[in-house]
Design a binder for this molecule. Sequence first.
Ligand code: 41L
Length: 329
Amino acid sequence: QTGSANTNPSDSADDEYITSVSIGTPAQVLPLDFDTGSSDLWVFSSETPKSSASGHVTYSPSKSSTAKKLSGSTWSIEYGDKSSSSGDVYTDIVTIGGFSVKTQAVESATKVSTQFVQDTVISGLVGLGFDVGNQVSPRPQKTWFSNAASSLAEPLFTADLRHQETGSYNFGFIDTSLAKGTIGYTPADGSEGYWGFTATGYSVGGAKLNRNSITGIADTGTTLLLLPDNIVDAYYNNVESAEYDDSQEGVVFDCSEDLPSFSFGVGGQTITISGDLLNLTPIEEGSSTCFGGLQSSADIGINIFGDVALKAALVVFDLGNERLGWAQK
Ligand SMILES: O=C(Cc1ccccc1)Nn1cnc2ccccc21
């Protein structure tokens, strides 16, 4: 068995990717953010304060004949960017890309932070990290993919995120036609709940790869490519107008700049992010100053290969073999 779901950028900056998920009987369809950087499936619901839920599609367990309260269970989660949510737990049928998990823990939000309240294009998250990262108490729950894995043709999924066009999450199979290059595999470390791996080096503008171990995570829930300062500086030294903007908390540059590409080595392959994928967006509507897709990870203590990097590749999240596959797109 397999599943295949389309995913779409939420806005002109590819800030997030939205995938439709069916929950309950009859199906309630919610737009959710698939996040390999976390391990909880949570949704705005009939239990979310009306003021917070305004503008969001919500899940109502009382309207689903297959919903069951997971009595005594609660959850609370805080993300790296300090956004947070919490609530109680139901189990229900959750269908993604035509594949159904019959008894999936659906975490219903009774509290959501302002970042989520304001982000009305999504109604929650589907955590695709490792089960060890799940935040349900007293008994942690499995992710949708973990529940699905044993029934899928292969215990893996792929992410094909695209700039300003429809991409896909495929479950149980690899559509190699989505990639130009060969898939290179590298061990994945799931001990922290993330999909951790080590890149072998980097280069700017197509130069020879600098050998340099970069340990980080493959995170569909983070917009940016966040790397150490020495690499960020090496890149922006090639961008004439680049400067750090305190108010934007990142490097900005003239939108007219012709940005160099950025490459990293992984699994014996080289993934090259084109310059235009590294120009994320004007800092404000109509501004001629643009915000960089590559930013420093110095303040967060972990390197994150977020959507800016993932967009350049077909990425295989291979649970069965505890490995990550990367192929140039
Ligand atoms: O939180 C982050 C990025 C981040 C910022 C600062 C420090 C460490 C990490 N990503 N993320 C990954 N999944 C998310 C889900 C919601 C919000 C942000 C999410």
